[in-house]
Design a protein around this ligand. Structure first.
Ligand SMILES: [Fe+2]
Length: 131
């Protein structure tokens, strides 16, 4: 049996549309808020239909000298064109993009995970330096 972590796939986001792209400064100041944006399909668009869409993105922070991981946020994408008229006939589609602010007091790694309803779990990471 695989460990749960082994179920997460990753690749170069420029070639693989499922890999979360984490956009934030490489270097931040201690306890000062900074903006983070996580998207999918930045280079190659991912579909957003009832049959094929991104369900959620979750973001975590792992301080470099701590044992345990902190969950930063979980973002569900719930509208994919549902309608009484039929599949993909609805007026509302949630785009798989999240922006939020964060502050940390230590350097570490930001992890973004995402679930595609048919292509499973994906992850990426970004090192964060703190001064
Ligand atoms: Fe997919």
């Amino acid at each position: 049996m695989k460990q749960f972590g082994e179920l997460f796939q990753t690749d170069d986001w420029r070639k693989e549309k499922h890999v979360p792209v984490i956009e934030c400064p490489d270097q931040v100041r201690t306890d000062e808020l900074f903006s983070v944006k996580v998207t999918l399909g930045k280079e190659i668009a991912h579909p957003n239909t009832i049959e094929h869409h991104i369900r959620w993105i979750s973001v975590y922070f792992q301080p470099e000298d701590e044992q345990f991981t902190h969950q930063v946020g979980h973002f569900d994408f719930c509208a994919h064109g549902e309608s009484t008229k039929g599949a993909n006939q609805g007026s509302t589609y949630t785009n798989h993009e999240v922006s939020f602010s964060l502050k940390v007091s230590k350097p570490g790694d930001i992890y973004a995970t995402a679930l595609c309803n048919i292509h499973g779990l994906w992850q990426s990471e970004k090192e964060l330096n703190v001064s």
